[in-house]
Design a protein around this ligand. Structure first.
Ligand SMILES: [Zn+2]
Length: 205
């Protein structure tokens, strides 16, 4: 049966998405890191991602608690908000994108007491995203769509304005005003196949 699930939209700026895909492609083995997620109304925006120091092998990414603790300590030292480190990403290199039992345990640990956005990717450019809520019930929403968006840089904006000024003549002024549609006014409604509880904690890999 299907159910309707209202959950936040997931958005990521194209340059941050590019950085993530580049890290995944740059490492022949599995690799991982953390990222910053900002909550804007009902939208979760991934604003930056980081590669942590780690030891990788052909089959596992050893993003251990020590590496995460060191990164978090440094983050706090620089006066950054620890509550924004809500993304865990990792690569499956040449394998498909799925959540292994180790992945699910890591996600559950990192979501403890709050929530976590997890993204797994591979060399083929495939990705999969999961929003995990912490706490005893441990609800997760898997296969979330990610909206990759672009913004206009100051350089592009001033170049365009100069060119518009040179080439475009207006014959009359606008009397009305536009209201921009606001992103994140509402959450995204997802029609989901609800799995049994075992999928949350011990999905087959
Ligand atoms: Zn994995």
């Amino acid at each position: 049966m299907s159910a309707r699930v209202v959950c936040p939209k997931i958005r990521i700026e194209a340059k941050v998405w590019e950085k993530l895909l580049a890290y995944i492609q740059a490492c022949p083995q599995e690799v991982g890191g953390l990222g910053v997620v900002e909550q804007r109304l009902n939208t979760l925006v991934v604003t930056d991602i980081f590669l942590l120091e780690q030891k990788v092998t052909a089959a596992t990414t050893d993003l251990n608690n020590g590496a995460i603790a060191r990164f978090v300590a440094d983050w706090v030292r620089r006066g950054r908000n620890i509550g924004t480190l809500r993304l865990w990403w990792h690569s499956h290199a040449t394998m498909s994108v799925f959540w292994s039992s180790t992945d699910l345990a890591t996600i559950k640990d990192l979501a403890d007491g709050g929530w976590l956005l997890a993204i797994v990717g591979n060399h083929k450019g495939e990705t999969r995203a999961r929003l995990q809520l912490g706490g005893e019930v441990g609800v997760a929403i898997d296969d979330l769509p990610i909206d990759v968006y672009t913004t206009v840089s100051e350089e592009a904006r001033s170049l365009a304005m100069a060119e518009v000024g040179a080439k475009v003549r207006t014959s009359r002024t606008f009397l009305g005003s536009f209201r921009e549609p606001r992103h994140g006014d509402e959450g995204t409604v997802i029609v989901a196949d609800i799995e049994s509880g075992s999928g949350l904690f011990g999905e087959k890999s």
